[in-house]
Write a protein that binds this ligand. Sequence first.
Ligand code: RNT
Ligand code: ZN
Length: 408
Amino acid sequence: MYSDAKKEYAAYGIDTEAAIASLRDIPVSIHCWQGDDVVGLDGGGALSGGIQTTGNYPGRARNFEELKADIKKAFSLMPGKKRLNLHASYAVGATVDRDKYEPKHFAEWVKFAKELGLDGIDFNPTMFSHKNVKDGLTLSSPDEDIRKFWVEHCKACLHIAEYFADEFKKPCLVNIWIPDGFKDVPADRLTPRLRLKKSLDEILKLDYDRKKVIVAVESKVFGIGVESYTVGNNEFYQNYAAKNNICCLLDNGHYHPLEYVSDKIPALLAFYDKVALHVTRGVRWDSDHVVLFEDELKEIAKEIVRNNATDKVLIGLDYFDASINRIPAWVTGQRAMQKALLYALLINHEELKALQEKSDFTALMVKQEEYATLSFGAVWKEYLKREQIRENYLTEIKEYEREVLSKR
Ligand code: RNT
Ligand code: ZN
């Protein structure tokens, strides 16, 4: 099947071997929080901040050991180059509060990530599920003690990120997302944003190595319970990032359903050296369904590949479903991302771009449609085979569920 597919793609001017080789080299940062419903290990409390997991499927990882075991299992079923994306709330054995976290609280994670042969670790300050989220506000809080606490937390996270970068000799992405917003019509939309700006300025004043640590800011249109106003909206962060030479993180569940992140990627590439992504699947009000191999994901992958931006676009996953077995949830989303990248690598973009430039939109449409039915599946199977990964992961996961998850 593969040798036929190879010939079929060659007729389109595509080298399937080169596509497979490129795919192997594109890192995808995999979020740790699908494994435990975003609960974390630092006892911060129930999930808050306008995000929610729904469902109560048995087998949630309840501690560090269980989470590690599940990550190990899930990652063993994922092809390609993998990074681990951690939240600060996954500190191990911390007896201090989040503003005082240190690299040592993450040393166990480094050890684990090295054992798994991962490409690196990415990091996120956790500004939700904590008593210091006051009236739903963190970095934009009018309470100076609260605002300062979160500024200190972010600074601590930059130090920890530098430690990750040193350990793996690879840059670490630190993504700042805050839940701050209001449920109902505010009386003042500017003041909280000015306070957020001030907080970010204070965080970035820290003397950190910008080559090792890439700071990103993640906007959102609304959250559950904060439907009327989001302090860190898209315009705020894009302008902040541009003026302060940091990075924007686009979460494709954070926009109006008629807006597409695939379209935003090239807009930002015109101005930024790096663009970070949270790949997810929005469904109506929820921004965090398991990623599937669907049209928008393909478009996102095409924008990364055809703009030669595989080292500029930092791909991270962000979804959490508690209604199904969490391990196939993880694996399905990661494989979907890999499929989309492979799909994009198996397109003769130069030919299609030339048709657009010549305004031959008829040929462009016909050709694009042809790609939909080429032997993609055969190349995907070959890729999995070479990565020594079985296509069927359900059987193995069912067994893990019987042996491990169901006993929790
Ligand atoms: C929330 C943001 C944020 C979180 C994670 C846990 O809407 O997408 O990225 O999902 O940091
Ligand atoms: Zn996100």
